[in-house]
Design a protein around this ligand. Sequence first.
Ligand SMILES: *Cc1c(COP(=O)(O)O)cnc(C)c1O
Length: 896
Amino acid sequence: MKPSLPANTPSIDQIFTLNAQRPDQWRALITLTRKWIAGETDKQPLEQAFTALSASESFHAYPGTLLLHAMEKALIAGRSDEFLTLAGRISFSILAKYYKNDPSEWMITPGESPVNEILNNDAERPGRPYFELLIVAPQTPHTQRNVTLLHSQRRKEDAFIYEPVLVSSYQDAFCAIATNTNICAVAIFEGFGFKSRFPTPQIDNMMAALNISVDEDNLALQLTEQLALHRPELDIYLLTDQHPQDIASDPRASHIRRILYAVEEPTELHLSILEGINQKYDTPFFNNLKKYAYRPISTFHALPIARGKSIFKSDWIRDMGEFYGRNLFLAESSATTGGLDSLLEPTGNIKIAQQKAARAFGADHCFFVTNGTSTSNKMVLMAVAQPGDIIIVDRNCHKSHHYGAVLGGLKPYYVEAYPLKAYSMYGAVPLKTIKQALLNLKAENKLDRVRVIDLTNCTFDGHIYNTRRVMEECLAIKPDLVFLWDEAWFGFAHWSPFLRPRTAMGAAAELEKWLKDPQSAQRYAEQQQALGEHPTDEQLLATRLIPDPSQVRLRIYQTNSTHKSMSAIRQGSMVLVKDVDFYLIEPQLHEAVFAHSTTSPNQQLIASMDVARRQMELEGYGLVSNAIQTALDIRHQINTHPLISRYFHVLGADEMIPAEFRESGFRDFLTPDTHWSDTLPALRDDEFFLDPTRITLLCGQAGFDGTQFKNILANQYDIQLNKTSRNSVLLQTNINNTRSDVAQLIHVLLEISRDIDDKLGHAGPAGQQQFQQRVQSLMQDVPDLPNFSYFDQQFRDDTDGKIAVEGDIRTAFFRSWDPRSYEYIPLHSEECDRRLKEGPLMVSAKMVIPYPPGFPILVPGQVINQDVITFMRKLDVKEVHGYEARLGLQILKTTD
Ligand SMILES: *Cc1c(COP(=O)(O)O)cnc(C)c1O
């Protein structure tokens, strides 16, 4: 059968969705087969579907040519029952992943003992982790021989088992690593061509959009570069007939794990492949903790539950032991010896585990933190800045940054995110606002005191910065700025080729490359010339500024709550560092770690970060692709369902991000005819991009406020979520979601929608009007979001009569420790109104944070204005940190 695809089949390069569509494609094939057997259709559509399926299956080891040929033969011969049986068995094996553990799944007849020499070493397969090796090689008998030889190297003793996937072009190789999430290693034999046997419109678009051109002469190294860009975690091996040392000196060869002379023993390749996987699999701290747990140890240190004796021998608390199991207590220890290491002063396996995590996340250094990103943020701020330094910080950031400023005596210069008033939430801080802040500080001669730009990427609601552009333009104004990117929610993004360039470390890698490029200095010089000697602020704000590569110090810190997006136990957090001046910061960071860490870090937490790293390196790409795909599925199903969409709506990128920040013209993932290749220019250029996995679901049109709807989902349907706004809730998908979760959510929303529909049908005009009023109140009568006003004069340091934005939050914070320093003014009092009108100014003693929305509407030392009071009076939430309704607003008494 010729591999020509019928016009309406998905092309093989729908790489973003192809893997998710795989089960559907098989199911459709089975349905067609049944119809054919029942005489409801002739054979041709089935043949076409099978051809299309065979094309995309060529990127997977299973079912492989043996089974696909058997299916093809059955189809041609009209043995329909045999065809159906095979299709059913294979599709189930794919879904249930049986093929990974059971060698008989690869046989034409189940239970048949492997006759093929290639398969007969597999008796030991059960239990061993399985992966696939992509082999890119010209289609020649020689290649077949190489594959057979490589396969015959497998031994019972191997720690892992793999099956090869063979492709013979650059394009096919790219499709294979993009769609086949089992691939963990690639062996490239020189001599293959560029074009796929199949049409690849998406890849062509992508290459055109990103200006990638390929030179047919030197495909192996170019392919290496593209593969490493898309999936940096893959081990790449190059087999060449040239002198390996000639290739090794090419800078592109840095992505290659090992270069082998093609005629060398295949044993070398086989062992290298297993060794490469083992390096990722290896979790030094976790391994040692397991070893430690099984050693007979008498403890005389202070931790009674260690070894579990205080629990298992107890009459009263044995159930705790039964619940958690023995291993937890065997692995509990306060020791830093005996194979364990010290988190505060790591020299052994924790140090190695951190180095492995740094490499995996694309950083130079990584530090595990066992007290959450709340602590990571405070540590970084303390390490990089000192009292009196100015930090430019998103006012709407997590409270750990505000408290970090209090603790470190830093002066926050608050910058505002753009508001999304209709949904009672904030977006992210426009770059213009940040540049303006820097230019203002420059005009006030304070630029030398600005130490850090501190931003949240992505925000709770999914706004992703153009991290590279923000850093480039800020560095053009002050070349030694430190960046702290709070990526609490975004750690997983490193494993998406689409999102990675927008992570702090992804952008850092690109900036490093840019700094080394000799053309960069020229681009900078040209821009300087165009700007002239004394560019105005307007000019600087309107220009996409290029920094001076000879001046730039790249100093980037990222914090992530590993527990929020990966398989770490709650509170597991990482600090990732790429800082050319880290040698200056390291001793300071050390002090900051001492200042903020517990001296009793939890062993299980450290182990879980070690393991989370292993998981992401070996299967993160597939897990994250699945999370994104699941999110797109949810978005699509809610917004297109005829009944659900009457009451619920997922906000698209165009509703979350104003058009001015979507320069590429990208609208939303659901916009008709939008393909993944269209999102690439948006991802590269737009000021903001929406993380598809963070799904803002409007529930106001269903007559629910966010908190109410959250409670309904939790109490009646066991669906948990954490963030709400006045008229929305935030759903998020992560690496643990499955198709069943999507089905369950849609099922529940449908039930709720039906219920509303029924009730409205019986409510009569008065009831319907009441419902409309409720919707109107939730959707239209939304309060203005208050901006930061300003710090009171006693906490400011004005220059030339110009009100300073930054303030001494630390002094303000501790002022209220003196009981004579404050008073309470009830929010709903005449006194409050009088003070607003006539003064004296009301200055907040506290950080006041309502949940939702969860950002501080007041910080210590801030002057309270009408906007804040209006907002607080309209606020209908119960949980407001820093405010006791019984007492009123805590106000600092003014000194005059
Ligand atoms: C959750 C969160 C934090 C704090 O992280 P923990 O691990 O909970 O301490 C910091 N910043 C942002 C943006 C967060 O969402």
